[in-house]
Design a protein around this ligand. Structure first.
Ligand code: EPU
Length: 356
């Protein structure tokens, strides 16, 4: 920063540690870090950063940071990390059947799920206990136990990083797919999400077809009749299988479930009768359970120095020894190579990898 430059609009921390800001528990630093508590602060910060680097042909990058639960830091970040501290929930519209709730990107996702349940707004109960903040939810179209964010999504607001202009994206504009959106594709790194508006039902419509949920209610000799029961079941299932990041560092599912065509699925099923796959609506493709593939290949519980594969869910890589991002990616690469060789299936890493 030149000595005669304007002061930043919010306090700026140089050489900031990111060690406790990513749930994978990786040690890394950012050249600068700041927190934006409002859209106006974020706009001012982006404007200031642009002005500071006006002369530079390639200005240093900006990384918006929410809960850090879907992020693998492969190296230190030579740019500005902006923590999104935009809070608030606002009922923006209501009719006989639905409410439209606008939520600040910095709100914690699970606390929002609890709030909605208490308020009688239905639709988020299957998405309980997903770590991270609201602003990150549309980027990968979070999903669990038969529900994806896109089913309750109305629109979002985002700032274009290069101009600071606020833009609204409706559901079509987001191009949602399985763990995917336009913010992971064509618009990757170009916008910072500031709020998300959800359309939630006043009358419950329970989704309980997911096999693990059905199994849970069967085991408990009960039937799901209220959203609270789904919420409790999802919390119980997640707690039994998925490590709590505050105890064992992890980033949730490390790979996406791969989609293959039906012929490839039939061929694999012939070789491995236990293979788990979910036919997609188009009838031509099947989504394979990557956890099953990795588990069946013998990786569950495996350790490679400080990192490893969770012993109750092989799709989750863990970092109990607080290894580096490179350690995590080395283990991931070994698993990818093995799965490709055994089953001819390519595993794609699900969290964002930054700095590789
Ligand atoms: N399986 C095994 N061994 C394992 C893990 C799984 O055999 O080690 C089998 C299970 O028995 C089951 C199947 O694989 O038959 C699927 O397992 P599970 O129900 O645990 O779900 P998943 O497909 O592994 C996905 C999401 C999770 C989400 C659950 C529930 C992805 C990448 N992951 O996992 O999302 O919670 O379904 O809906 O789609 C996340 O994204 O971080 C995440 C945790």
């Amino acid at each position: 920063m030149p000595p005669d430059s304007a002061p930043p609009p919010v306090s700026l921390l140089p050489h900031a540690s990111l060690n406790f800001l990513n749930t994978m528990g990786v040690a890394a630093k950012a050249d600068f870090m700041a927190t934006a508590g409002s859209v106006a602060e974020l706009q001012a910060l982006l404007k200031w950063w642009r002005a500071e680097h006006r002369q530079s042909a390639s200005p240093p990058p900006i990384l918006p940071l929410g809960g850090g639960s879907n992020l693998i830091l492969a190296a230190d970040f030579a740019g500005l990390v902006i923590r999104i501290g935009i809070h608030g929930r606002e009922l923006v519209r209501e009719d006989e059947d639905f409410v439209w709730l606008r939520v600040g990107a910095g709100e914690n996702w699970h606390q929002l799920v609890e709030h909605c349940l208490q308020a009688g707004y239905c639709g988020l109960e299957n998405l309980a206990l997903i770590p991270g903040n609201v602003g990150a939810a549309p980027i990968q179209n979070i999903g669990a136990y038969g529900v994806e964010l896109q089913q309750v999504f109305a629109e979002l607001s985002a700032l274009e990083i290069s101009s600071g202009v606020e833009v609204t994206f409706d559901r079509d504009a987001c191009h949602f797919g399985y763990r995917d959106s336009i913010f992971k594709q064509g618009l990757q790194g170009r916008y910072i999400i500031t709020s998300v508006t959800l359309k939630l039902a006043k009358k419950p419509r329970l989704v309980c077809e997911y096999p693990a949920l059905q199994q849970y209610f069967e085991d408990h000799g009960s039937k799901a009749e209220h959203p609270e029961q789904i919420f409790a079941a999802v919390c119980a299932i997640r707690r039994s299988k998925l490590p709590d990041p505050s105890e064992v560092p992890n980033a949730g599912s490390f790979f996406q479930n791969p989609v293959v065509d039906r012929a490839a699925y039939e061929e694999l099923k012939g070789r491995y009768p236990g293979l788990v796959g979910y036919p997609l609506d188009d009838g031509a493709r099947v989504k394979l359970a990557a956890g099953w593939l990795i588990d069946h290949a013998g990786w569950r519980g495996y350790r490679l120095g400080p990192v490893g594969v969770h012993d109750k869910q092989a799709l989750v890589l863990i970092n109990p020894g607080r290894g580096s991002g490179r350690d995590v990616l080395e283990l991931a690469a070994r698993i990818q190579t093995d799965i490709q060789a055994r089953y001819g299936v390519k595993l794609v890493i699900e969290p964002s990898v930054v700095g590789s």
